[in-house]
Write a protein that binds this ligand. Structure first.
Ligand code: ADP
Ligand code: MG
Length: 247
């Protein structure tokens, strides 16, 4: 795996996911998803409730197995990895941001951010410095010694993003990260993700219900009947608009 860093971040071919229900019924959730995401892209995934958005994110973040097809994440073929290897991927290549923030309530903001580095056995001093750096980068330097309950929803989500950065990830998966936030706070979180893709070349795959937030992404993919379809690329749309304006 010492190959040159690929420009492809995620690649799926004919990705199929079925759930077998206890009564013998089979639910076909993903029926052949093909996606190719480049490094540093900011992707919004939309689609009706129950269309399989979380399932897709869970598969890409190695939390859920695939039924068939091919899934490459950061150059790794997920059909070939063991449980232990998946754990390693989640520690070192990817991280997840949830709607409910999922912070550890009895740890301060800084301790929450240090945790993934402690699990990776990063030396204490380095973990401390990095945690402060990540909290600074999400604009939370002054709140770093607070417990989650002493922070607003938007601040808690910023801590969760700082913690996600502590994995030093190539990819961040975010499942409705603004679902519990007021619209204007949600927008700030979206802009933070956008900044991470632009400045740090981190790929962000975000599920959202909010079409205004989705517009900030480089691409909007819509999950419909188990398949992904791409909404007209923003750049194409803008160009067309310009041309018309210049007439
Ligand atoms: P979304 O995030 O788009 O709302 P989900 O990915 O959560 O959708 O769910 C897609 C479909 O898969 C739903 O019909 C849901 O009931 C079903 N599903 C999700 N997880 C499981 C599971 N572990 N077992 C059985 N069915 C599941
Ligand atoms: Mg969901």
């Amino acid at each position: 795996m010492s190959k040159k860093a690929s420009s492809v971040s995620i690649n799926t071919k004919e990705l199929i996911k079925d759930f077998n229900l206890p009564g013998g019924e089979v639910v076909n959730v993903l029926t052949g998803v093909d996606m190719k995401i480049k490094r540093g892209e900011f992707i919004a995934i939309m689609g009706p409730s129950g269309s399989g958005k979380s399932t897709l994110l869970n598969i890409l973040s190695t939390l859920e197995s695939i039924t068939s097809g091919e899934v490459l994440v950061a150059g790794i073929n997920l059909s070939e990895t063991s449980y232990k290897e998946n754990l390693e991927i989640r520690r070192t290549k990817t991280s997840v941001v949830f709607q409910n923030f999922a912070l550890i309530p009895y740890l301060t903001a800084k301790e929450n951010v240090k945790l993934p580095m402690k699990l990776r056995k990063v030396p204490e001093l380095e973990a401390e410095q990095k945690a402060i750096e990540y909290l600074e980068s999400v604009g939370l330097y002054v709140r770093m010694d607070h417990l989650p309950e002493e922070l607003s929803g938007g601040e808690q989500q910023r801590v969760a993003i700082a913690r996600a950065l502590a994995h030093n990830p190539a990819i961040i998966f975010a499942d409705e990260p603004t679902g519990n936030l007021d619209t204007h706070i949600g927008k700030e979180i979206i802009l933070l993700f956008k900044q991470l893709t632009q400045e740090k070349k981190i790929t962000v795959i975000m599920v959202t219900h909010d079409s205004e937030n989705a517009k900030e992404a480089d691409k909007i993919l819509i999950l419909q009947k188990g398949n992904l379809i791409q909404e007209q690329s923003k750049k194409v749309a803008k160009k067309t608009h310009k041309k018309e304006g210049n007439k």
